[in-house]
Design a protein around this ligand. Structure first.
Ligand code: HEC
Length: 221
């Protein structure tokens, strides 16, 4: 179909109720459909080009910039720093008997058992239950033990493991000495709490002598 631009404008005018665009027509036509020469406004084009230029620099910076640690890592770093500060107050602990007794008897120190508890929930609860009442690991809330006769045996069991790894060993990379002390003190504090729903004592477990302290385990827990 061939029509002069003017004729086309007239046709258009009939079709759309009188509005005739002022723009000239381009010279391409497909199946008789013609196109007004109505380019996007200059500001739009420049904005578009600007976004392309921006994206190049964005890509460049994003690719070359040192990787940001991300919120999770930054949080972990901050938490670790905080922990260090907190442990600073405690000093480096070694899991010997006097230290363990101190955490069981000194009310001020006993609030750290909460920290031992969080370690326990984190590392031990899959086997010993979050309350320490035992799942496939033993019940630690009764008075009977297989491998424990004195406080430091708890540390020995945790650091060396038992029963071919059924009770896994926790090395210093898993629990540093301070953490070891706190988790062992927490386990010691569970003794005799006989929490409900506890697993029955193991057949080879025996009742042991009380911990070497005549003061009751602090109720700060
Ligand atoms: C993979 C399972 C598992 C995990 C994790 C585990 N334990 Fe055990 N634990 C056991 C088993 C099983 C035994 C009993 C071993 C045996 O029968 O000789 C045991 C025994 C013990 C005992 C000796 C109990 C006794 O009667 O003498 C202590 C104390 C203990 N675990 C503390 C811990 C602490 C603290 C943690 C975390 C730091 C921990 N366990 C993590 C499975 C586990």
């Amino acid at each position: 179909m061939s029509s002069t631009p003017n004729q086309n404008k007239v046709d258009q005018s009939i079709n759309d109720g009188g509005h005739v665009p002022d723009d000239p027509l381009t010279d391409h036509a497909y199946d008789g459909i013609q196109e007004y020469d109505n380019p996007t406004p200059g500001w739009w084009t420049y904005l578009w080009i600007a976004t392309i230029v921006f994206s190049f620099f964005y890509w460049l910076v994003f690719t070359l910039a040192p990787k940001d640690a991300g919120y999770a890592t930054r949080y972990e770093i901050a938490a670790a720093r905080d922990l260090k500060k907190t442990f600073g107050e405690l000093g480096e602990l070694s899991p010997d008997e006097p230290t363990l007794i101190a955490f069981l008897t000194d009310a001020e120190k006993a609030r750290w058992l909460k920290f031992g508890e969080s370690l326990f929930k984190n590392k031990c609860s899959t086997c010993h239950g979050s309350e320490g009442t035992g799942i496939n690991g033993t019940n630690l809330t009764d008075d009977k033990y297989i491998h424990v006769k004195q406080l430091t045996d708890i540390v020995d069991v945790i650091s060396k493991g038992r029963n071919n790894g059924a009770m896994p060993k926790f090395e210093s990379k898993d629990l540093n000495p301070t953490e070891m002390t706190l988790v062992a003190a927490y386990v010691a504090s569970l003794r005799g709490t006989n929490k409900p729903g506890g697993k029955p004592a193991e057949p080879n477990a025996v009742t042991i002598d009380p911990w070497p302290t005549n003061r009751p385990v602090s109720s700060a827990r």
